[in-house]
Design a binder for this molecule. Structure first.
Ligand code: CUA
Length: 136
């Protein structure tokens, strides 16, 4: 009987440790941060971005891939550290990440002199509140 109860005890330990391994550490659970962000392609061309309005859900992280259809441009999100050089056509694209931390409208603009309409070359990231789903 002593041997049997020892075996039962060991089995309980194995089951318990298996449950810990399954449910346990936060590292085992894929978090939203670790998830692959939605990719949004943006084209820059004198003197606009297309699309000029990009919608993001509150809390969502997106990857912006910005390419030029003509010359070199810039891409700056006002009020953030995002400040990219968009290589000229055929030379690849710039990659930036944006997280819709709080609802609102965030302006992005070209910040490399690219011609007469440079100052008008801009667009908006629109972060929808998760509660209502409505645009701010
Ligand atoms: Cu495009 Cu300045």
């Amino acid at each position: 009987m002593v041997v049997l109860s020892q075996i039962m005890f060991i089995r309980c330990l194995i089951v318990a440790s298996a449950l810990v391994a399954l449910s346990g550490s936060p590292h085992a659970t894929p978090s939203r941060q670790g998830a692959t962000p939605r990719v949004i392609d943006i084209t820059a061309e004198r003197f606009e971005f297309w699309p000029a309005e990009v919608k993001v859900a509150e809390g969502e992280e997106v990857e912006l891939r910005i390419r030029s259809d003509d010359t070199m441009h810039g891409f700056r999100i006002v009020g953030t550290n995002t400040n990219l050089v968009i290589p000229k056509r055929g030379k690849g694209y710039a990659v930036g990440r944006f997280t819709g931390s709080s609802p609102g409208r965030y302006t992005f603009e070209c910040n490399r002199m690219c011609g007469a309409g440079h100052n008008f070359m801009r667009g908006e990231l629109v972060v929808r509140p998760s509660s209502t789903g409505k645009l701010p």
